[in-house]
Design a protein around this ligand. Structure first.
Ligand code: KDG
Ligand code: MG
Length: 408
């Protein structure tokens, strides 16, 4: 079998997605997600202009060799654009291999280690009543673990919180705003640090001690601020505190870890195992947050999780709505197969997105399952996709109250 065609497709059913389609002379087709929110066309160009022709004539079964060829062969290693492009190729080749084998992909990764993957959803509200409503809605949908994001007194816009949920707004469908330039959000870390523990206290009082609760700090704190928050949240028994600091500086986590037993999750903006080296070998985190889509695909993610397992660190694969259903399915096959699964983020895509991407994964009683279709189990409807042309969109930028640009 050889690769005969590699097509890059961009669609925007409410938000932008980049998908690689690899076709073989046997007529098999594999899909890979190459979506990098807010910088989509950079990855599309990388694939179209620099990778597609290299794939033609290759044996699609040689996944490890193709991965190394693209990673080492580029000479310019790592980085989100390169690693998203390589991930798309890797996932599409796994899709083809599993279709050729007539098996769902998780079977090729070692088979199922569990009946389903525990998912967490995103509850949010500017004030406690709307936050509680959002938590209740998630419980009714079947979620057994919930991320909590709330407004902060004095701030008009806050990451992860829908402004008008009563109007049916879901921030998660469209965090990348459709504008010629990024919109500006506000931030005040001290106000946030004062407020968040009171929110978790109220949520625990209302919903009891059992429900696993998560929170995303979204890279905004210094190490000592993160340590302070982790300590303040200990009474509320979080499942994890995510991205408490901008973790390019892995050593920062030593300070956080020294001060708190709140479990830590990091890595949605990482793109290789090297970004985790200190964090894993020194056991500075509890959960690896990488997305399959942004970390080079299934091949390196399986190795990364096996490496993490040696240090009792678990998975928590990134799964926001800017990961396409193809990237989500890839995550679910890994979740089912690896031993050190922790939790899977699952925000649910919009109905328009699910018209383009026909998925076979399921969400039942709080657990996700990739389904039993051969391959990834996702089909891409090109006719529907063509109805949603690319629409430029940016993620917001964040400014402190004095105007200083801060981490978003
Ligand atoms: O594109 C940015 C989103 O993927 C990110 O803001 C979502 O932090 C996120 C999360 O934890 O899902
Ligand atoms: Mg996050």
């Amino acid at each position: 079998m050889i690769v005969t065609q590699a097509d890059v497709m961009v669609t925007s059913p409410g938000r932008n997605f980049v998908t690689l389609k690899i076709t073989t002379d046997d007529g098999l087709v594999g899909y890979g997600d190459a979506t990098l929110n807010g910088r989509e066309l950079a990855v599309a160009s990388y694939l179209r202009d620099h990778v597609a022709t290299l794939l033609i004539g290759r044996d699609p079964h040689q996944i490890e060799d193709t991965w190394q060829y693209l990673y080492r062969g580029a000479y310019w290693r790592r980085g989100p654009v390169t690693m998203a492009a390589i991930a798309a190729v890797d996932v599409a080749l796994w899709d083809i291999k599993a279709k050729a084998a007539g098996m769902p992909l998780y079977q090729l990764l070692g088979g199922a280690s569990r009946t389903g993957a525990l998912a967490y959803g995103h509850a949010s509200g500017f004030e406690l009543p709307s936050l509680f409503d959002s938590i209740r809605e998630h419980l009714e949908l079947g979620y057994r673990a919930i991320r909590i994001q709330s407004g902060v007194p004095g701030l008009d816009t806050v990451y992860g919180v829908a402004k008008s949920p009563a109007m049916g707004e879901r921030y998660d469908y469209e965090p990348a705003r459709r504008s010629a330039a990024p919109t500006a959000e506000q931030w005040d870390t001290r106000a946030y640090l004062r407020h968040v523990p009171t929110v978790f206290e109220a949520v625990r009082n209302e919903f009891g001690p059992e429900l696993p609760l998560l929170h995303d700090g979204h890279h905004r704190m210094t190490p000592i601020q993160a340590a302070k928050l982790g300590k303040a949240l200990e009474p509320y028994d979080l499942f994890w505190l995510e991205d408490c600091t901008p973790a390019e500086n892995q050593e920062a986590l030593r300070l956080v870890r020294r001060h708190t037993t709140t479990p830590l999750a990091i890595g949605e903006i990482f793109n290789t195992a090297f970004d985790y080296q200190t964090l894993i070998t020194e056991q500075l985190i509890d959960y690896v947050r990488s997305a399959v889509t942004h970390t080079g695909g299934i091949t390196p993610m399986k190795k990364l999780f096996d490496f993490a397992a040696m240090y009792q660190i678990k998975s928590g694969i990134h799964g926001p709505t800017d990961i396409s259903p193809v990237g989500m399915a890839a995550a679910l096959h890994l979740d089912l197969a690896i031993h050190n699964f922790g939790i899977q983020e699952y925000m649910r895509h919009s109905p328009e997105t699910l018209e383009v991407f026909r998925t076979s994964y399921t969400f039942t009683d709080g657990l996700l399952h990739p389904g039993e279709q051969p391959g990834l189990g996702v089909e891409y409807d090109e006719d529907v996709a063509d109805k949603f042309p690319y629409d430029p969109a940016y993620l917001p930028v964040n400014r402190l109250l004095d105007g200083t640009v801060h981490d978003w």
